[in-house]
Write a new protein. Structure first.
Length: 70
């Protein structure tokens, strides 16, 4: 079956980068908060946002927060 996908949502930063390298960014309709490269990925709508700021927590605090959220 040969399908041509018109809309793509990327849940992985590496997949986002590959889509840009393949010149498919016009089909890319959404990315996650971790998809920050290339810079143009920042202009795409965010489909997932974090529920806490992991940048200000150490690994033990992140682990504790995840367990709390479960």
């Amino acid at each position: 079956m040969n399908r041509e996908y018109q809309k793509i949502i990327s849940f992985l930063p590496s997949a986002t980068e590959i889509l840009f390298e393949l010149d498919l960014q016009d089909r890319l309709k959404g990315v996650t908060h971790t998809c920050t490269f290339p810079h143009e990925a920042l202009t795409k709508p965010r489909v997932i946002n974090p529920s806490f700021n992991a940048n200000i927590l150490d690994s033990q605090e992140i682990d504790k927060k995840i367990k709390e959220l479960l």
